[in-house]
Write a protein that binds this ligand. Sequence first.
Ligand SMILES: [Zn+2]
Length: 151
Amino acid sequence: MLGGIISIFSFLGLIYYTYKMIKRYQNTTGVSWRIQIGYICYSCKTPVKNIEDISYDEANSDDKYCLCKVCKRDEDIDSLTGNIKTKLINKIKILLLKDFKKLSIVHFSIVVILVGIGLTFNIKYLSALVNVMNFFYAYVNYKRTVLMTEK
Ligand SMILES: [Zn+2]
């Protein structure tokens, strides 16, 4: 019973965030390329360099993620006071931007294993767990979309 309720709410949440993600793609401009080449800050999306200053080689390499002066300063100030929140948030942002494929592979591997175990041993609660995991995946995917787009 409880498993069923959890599953229903997770599924509704999944639909909600998938819908929000699609809407976000429709109503905004993609900036992932500009983030990749380090033209805009990956945290706050303000321009870091002039687009004319970016060389052809730089534009074709895709590992130039960087922070603007303001975000870098915020990180430094936080580090000084022993607060790691800003740094942690920026680390999560980078992880979502750069390593989302790996994250997806890990997620779907776990889902397949859990479904396999659940079906083999007839454990009902595992399907609720899988639904909760899929909900979080949809949520994280939406957050990633927000990072990669701009109004
Ligand atoms: Zn910034």
